[in-house]
Design a protein around this ligand. Structure first.
Ligand code: PLP
Length: 415
């Protein structure tokens, strides 16, 4: 793990070359601060774990689609996994070549399919018969052959938070085995389609590599059976899902790579993966300022200027993100909840954590907030979400300035 976030000898927290307090002074708080070094290091480790395999990596934009981040990752040669027309536009604007873009998701609209076909993207991962019918009719009308793969649902319930487990037969994702085989035959016969193979994605935050192994073996057996039926199938998309340990920032790229190496050894399928979280999660912190501390019925609360509209993972997924001070102090240690100003009890970042009691205006860093952070932010309580800064080549860049409340209300009308 590279040491991009560290305390200096004077107990100040740094991100690479910058003291967080200086970034707060320049850009305000709350503020997402990313280290480009960590992103590049994660990509390097992932590539190393896959050495010797011919595999395309499509970064899942849903994890963090801020253009500065997309373009950084695109320059490293990664493609993009997208789930909306908006993400397609971001990937293109971020410089990702069209032939490296894969379109996933259960609910692609007419407009999105037309956009994807007109941009000539690499592949659309189809998740239902009705979606396939729609793509056939649009491709005929546009006179463009549509490159399609089928997302199979392997009925594997990954041991992750239920909201991000996507591979069970109770989830909305993908197609069951029998339908996959049937539709694959249809795709091969249909002139307006280019068969691109199969895809699987069983969920996010997966730590048990045997779950990946089961899903990949299922995918491989299905593809082999399709070949035995005399049909051509060349591409297998293995999805994303690599777990990130938010407590210690560890990511098991090696274990993930080994599973792929072992399952597909000796086969000639062209493989691809769609990692999101594991590329960006550990690259970011959310820097926030303490507004007040209060004590009610022996319970301590530290109220900060970030809120669930900036970072919703703790309340949405019960996610644990450690919180550390931007400058250590020698105050008495307290057990406290760190909470935001929004009018919901669910507006918290951490519960019952130990902190040296912060003073008002002290800065705290919510750790490992680079994935599924800013992308899920909202204007709830009419709050502009946090700005975003990245440290790149020894400089800081404001890669996203959030919409001010004036900009937001300028799009609304009075009655
Ligand atoms: N691919 C698909 C189809 C997904 O739905 C997701 C996330 O849910 C991903 C890739 C990225 O997963 P992760 O961020 O866990 O790597």
């Amino acid at each position: 793990m590279i040491n991009s976030f560290f305390y200096s000898s004077s107990e100040e927290l740094f991100c690479d070359d910058f003291a967080l307090k200086d970034l707060a002074k320049e850009y305000g708080t709350p503020l997402f601060v990313y280290s480009s070094k960590v992103i590049l290091d994660n990509i390097k480790k992932l590539n190393k774990s896959l050495k010797g395999i011919e595999i395309d990596i499509h970064y899942a934009l849903k994890a963090n689609s801020t253009l500065g981040i997309v373009s950084l990752i695109g320059k490293e040669g990664l493609g993009a996994d997208i789930v909306s027309g908006g993400e397609l536009k971001r990937a293109l604007k971020g410089g990702v070549p069209t032939n490296k873009i894969v379109f996933s998701g259960v609910g692609k609209t007419n407009e999105e399919i037309i956009l994807a076909l007109s941009k000539n993207i690499k592949q659309i991962n189809v998740e239902s018969e009705s979606e396939l019918e729609k793509i056939i009719s649009i491709s005929k009308a546009m006179n463009i052959r549509a490159p399609v793969a089928l997302r199979i649902n392997p009925d594997i319930k990954a041991q992750t938070h239920e909201k991000i487990a996507t591979g069970s037969n109770q989830a909305k994702f993908g197609l069951p085995l029998n339908q996959t085989i049937e539709l694959y035959k249809k795709i091969c016969k249909e002139e307006s389609l280019i068969p691109k193979g199969l895809a699987v994605h069983i969920g996010s935050q997966i730590f048990n590599n045997f779950e990946f192994q089961s899903a990949y073996e299922f995918l491989l057996n299905t593809a082999n059976n399709i070949r035995r039926d005399g049909l051509s199938i060349n591409n297998l998309d293995l999805g994303g899902g690599i777990g990130v340990n938010y407590s210690n920032s560890k990511i098991d790229f090696d274990g993930f790579g080994k599973i792929i190496q072992s399952v597909f050894k000796g086969y000639d399928y062209k493989l691809s993966i769609e990692p999101g979280r594991s590329i960006v999660a550990t690259s970011g912190i959310l820097l926030t300022k303490v507004i007040y501390s209060k004590k009610i019925n022996k319970k301590n609360f530290v109220v900060v200027d970030a809120a669930m509209n900036d970072f919703i993972r703790p309340t949405l997924y019960d996610a644990y993100h450690p919180i550390i001070p931007a400058k250590k102090n020698n105050n008495k240690e307290i057990i406290c909840d760190v909470v935001g100003p929004i009018c919901e009890t669910g507006d918290f970042f951490i519960k019952n954590t130990k902190l040296n009691k912060p003073n008002n205006d002290d800065l705290l860093a919510i750790c490992n907030t680079g994935a599924y952070g800013s992308v899920m932010s909202s204007n709830y309580n009419s709050r502009p979400p946090a700005n975003e800064v990245i440290i790149f080549k020894e400089k800081s860049f404001l890669i996203k300035k959030s919409q001010s409340i004036e900009e937001q209300i300028s799009k609304e009308i009075l009655l």
